[in-house]
Write a protein that binds this ligand. Sequence first.
Ligand SMILES: [Zn+2]
Length: 396
Amino acid sequence: MKKLYYEDVHMTEFEATVTECTYDEKKKIYKIVLDQTAFFPEEGGQVADKGTISFVQKLGVTPQCLTLLDAHIKNDIIYHYVEQEIPVGTKVKGCVDWGQRFDFMQQHSGEHIVSGLVNKQYGFDNVGFHLGLQEVTLDFNGVLTLEQLREIEVLANEAIWENIPVNIEFPDSEVLSSLEYRSKLELTENVRIVTIPGYDVCACCAPHVDTTGQIGMIKITNVQSHRGGIRVNILCGRRALQDYTVKQNNAAAISASLSVKQDCIAEGVERLKEENFKQKEVVNRLQANMLKNLAESLPTPEESFHAILFVEPMDDITIRNLINDLVPKYSGYVGVFWGNDTDGYRYIVGSTSRDCRELATFLREKFGAKGGGKAPMIQGNVVAGEEQLRTIIFNS
Ligand SMILES: [Zn+2]
């Protein structure tokens, strides 16, 4: 079978004849083999081209147009997955989705430049590559800092500005054996070598741009540790532009919201966090004072076994601190409930003499309360009225 994408990556329409059509029981779809195809299959970490395969079923009937669901290569045979049977011998017309093809060419050629530069400058190999519809990741078997990658990024973009031709050839075995290239294969012939002069030489089967200028732009968007090396995310061409737009919209929204210049939004957010932290401290102090005042209105331990407060919503830690203070003084339960009768209450109840889990079980059985804890302290949520809860606790 002829791989037309090797001859011309710009070919978006082609004619072919069906040479094989089988039903894939597992996937519940048909596998079509053609005598020639311009569809690049899933290969070398890159997902397959998208497109359509159309054919005339009967003369005078409108042509059928099937979506290419996927394309795989096995033993050098490309299988096209479609929903419907196309009998062997049928003449078909294939249409390649140029939008995705060109996008993938931009990402893949960009990847070669980055991997070539990393290999040249640091000697690390690209040991994993994934080119999907959303993400492009490159795994290297060595660690690079973000600063080092930023330098690589500048050099990679310089390769684009130089608009260098991307050369593709199948060197004979003699030339091949003396050639230094990445992704070296055991094979001694039929190895497709993609060369970006001055930047990279690599064995690769995928469609590439004609000149580096077509990549448009390379942006490294993320780096993380991965299996002793690093995983780098890149975006090229239109994807990089779209990513820029998303980030710019976010930066503009944060800038307007914080009234700071766009290039200072990180400092602006930090300042906001600090202010928020300080305010939280003030609120916590006020809440603690308020709770202390409310606690003074409680019956004394001589007047009551239990001490129960219903309060406005407030910080868990403040409430827990108050309960820890009061628990040694009362012989029954010390509990704080915050919320309202309609939506329910969050609660924390503690005791030194009673097993609070008994109360938790009771609240769960009677009101479907959620939560748990240990014998000295429980916490949870309960939907019940203040009077009902007071009655239950004072009768227990
Ligand atoms: Zn490649």
